[in-house]
Design a protein around this ligand. Structure first.
Ligand code: ZN
Length: 107
């Protein structure tokens, strides 16, 4: 039995109050998302508290697809060199040819 199932069972038996507050310190992001979905089924008015979690950048709706594991090992899409050590939002390496190509893509 996973911790996720325990939290869901607790919410089903005792209500959703306080379950998320504890679970968010305990569960991995994937499990927490699943728990949030279940809590909303149990209590449609319930909303996950988002204050202080803006860091993860996840949104319930929207086309944002981000894989945290990938963002750590980014590579220049043009020459394939690693972007480790580059600024967080850097999308290409410093080579002039790559930067030019990136600028052409970005409107
Ligand atoms: Zn490059």
């Amino acid at each position: 039995m996973s911790a996720l199932a325990d939290y869901i069972r607790h919410a089903e038996r005792h209500g959703v109050d306080g379950v998320h507050e504890v679970a968010r310190r305990d569960l991995a992001a994937d499990d927490l998302a699943m728990l949030e979905r279940r809590l909303r089924e149990l209590e449609p008015k319930w909303r996950p508290p988002r204050a202080g979690t803006a860091q993860d950048g996840t949104r319930a709706a929207g086309p944002v697809v981000r894989h945290p594991s990938e963002s750590k090992t980014r590579a220049c899409p043009f020459c394939g060199s690693s972007l480790a050590g580059y600024r967080r939002h850097a999308r290409v390496c410093r080579r002039a040819s790559c930067r030019k190509r990136a600028q052409r893509q970005v409107r």
